[in-house]
Design a protein around this ligand. Structure first.
Ligand code: PLP
Length: 423
């Protein structure tokens, strides 16, 4: 059966060149990167080469990169590390005044649940809202600042809608207020060019498996001079910022993925993916009663502009979302049923919904954008990757059209209560 994978925001296939780069570090080169002998030196230099490659992707110094086990750990390290006193030292309420964090309602759970945990410990957290397009207003971030604000954590690109946030403006606000700024760039890295100095962030998270690298490895950019308390007991790895023997094959893979991402920008692969995504979106929008969740137009100049102008992309020509994502609501449809029906026919997509305690919860991101729970449950995320082709788009569009029609036919309420949301 033909299978098309449009769930690249969940994870991406490892590129052949990434796999090839990693392979020797599972066998031939097995040293512990902390050992001083030949074997250790061999893997140490591979780790340091990877660090250089990631620094090149983000426009920072290699010494500012800390390897982690993935995006979740990097987000945890950034947030706990800047507001907590570190492993073994007293936490709240010992720290006075209690630190305050500004974050948003649409963050990934790696950030949201970390902030909620700190809130339970007495930390103060403000969750700024988004508008109907899924965009945070930097003025809300500024208004939320308090004398005890320690950290702003706002994501670069949302994982469910792909919508880019005005991180460069937020960076300016943070710098003016002398507050640390962390951005979760897990869904932006490798998809759009990133330069940390243009964003003005102090901390930035990336994850290997979202940019055609391996799962279980990530990195945190930590601007030189940022006070970051380590969150694990152990050795002095990663300049005492993250204890634990380095995952050498994973780190080598992340480095190779970063190099492939940079080479991809040079070949304008990001624009090709955007073209495929736009074609898919246009085809799907021909279906009755459906619409895109999230901003569609070119950004007004506020949105992450400085960060995406590299490599000659003309000003304002970039979409308001990362190039690979579209989130579409099919009125009258149960998203889970559609995902399953499409999977049975060979197309992998996802709902943004999370399953907690056996119940399907509508996406917190779509609810924050003002959708009703029913509308959020009727929404599907399509996320493309480097491996996808025009034929994949054609196959997917045809299949979705067929399955949406079939599910609506079966629906006892479609056509009676469901209303078209098409503008
Ligand atoms: N942040 C965002 C925006 C994500 O999309 C994800 C993964 O879906 C994560 C963080 C967590 O990354 P990881 O899977 O590497 O832990």
């Amino acid at each position: 059966m033909r299978r098309v994978y449009f769930d690249n925001n969940a994870t991406t296939p490892v590129l052949p060149e990434v796999f090839e780069a990693m392979q020797p570090y599972f066998g031939e080169h097995y040293g512990n990167a902390s050992s001083i002998h030949h074997h250790g030196q061999e893997t140490r230099s591979a780790v340091e080469r990877a660090r250089e490659s990631i620094a090149a992707l983000l426009g920072c110094r290699a010494s500012e990169i800390v390897f982690t086990s993935g995006g979740t750990e990097a987000d945890n390290l950034a947030i706990f590390g800047t507001v907590k006193d570190g492993v073994g030292r007293p936490l709240f309420p010992a720290i006075q005044p209690k630190p305050h964090i500004v974050t948003s309602t649409i963050e990934h759970h790696a950030v949201l649940n970390t902030c909620r945990h700190l809130e339970e410990q007495g930390c103060e957290v403000t969750y700024v809202p988004v508008d109907g397009r899924g965009i945070i207003d930097p003025a809300d971030v500024k208004r939320a600042l308090r004398p005890n604000t320690k950290l702003i954590s706002v994501m670069f690109a949302n994982n469910e809608t792909g919508v880019l946030q005005p991180v460069a403006e937020i960076g300016k606000i943070a710098a003016e207020a002398d507050v640390y700024f962390h951005t979760d760039a897990v869904q932006a890295a490798g998809k759009i060019p990133i330069r940390v100095d243009e964003i003005g962030c102090d901390l930035l998270t990336i994850s290997g498996h979202k940019l055609h690298g391996p799962q279980g490895v990530g990195a945190l950019y930590v601007r030189k001079g940022t006070e970051l308390a380590p969150q694990m007991y152990g050795g002095r790895h990663e300049r005492s910022r993250r204890a634990g023997t380095e995952n050498v094959p994973g780190i080598v893979g992340l480095g190779a993925a970063a190099e492939a991402a940079l080479a991809g920008f040079e070949r304008k692969e990001d624009l090709k993916i955007a073209e495929l995504r736009d074609r898919l979106e246009a085809e799907l929008l021909r279906i009755e009663a459906c619409s895109v969740n999230g901003a569609s137009q070119s950004p007004h100049p506020k949105i992450a502009e400085g960060a995406i102008l590299r490599l000659g992309h003309p000003r304002g020509s970039y979409p308001a979302r990362v190039p690979n994502t579209t989130n579409i609501r099919f009125d009258g449809i149960d998203g889970e049923a559609l995902v399953i029906a499409l999977d049975l026919k060979g197309l992998a997509v996802s709902t943004g919904a999370a399953c907690s305690s056996g119940a399907i919860e509508p996406s917190h991101v779509l609810l924050a954008m003002g959708l009703t729970p029913e509308q959020a449950r009727a929404s599907i995320r399509f996320s493309l990757g480097k491996q996808n082709t025009a034929e994949d788009v054609e196959f997917a569009a045809g299949l979705v059209r067929e399955m949406v029609a079939r599910l609506r036919e079966l629906s006892p309420v479609w056509g009676k209560t469901a209303t078209s949301c098409k503008p």
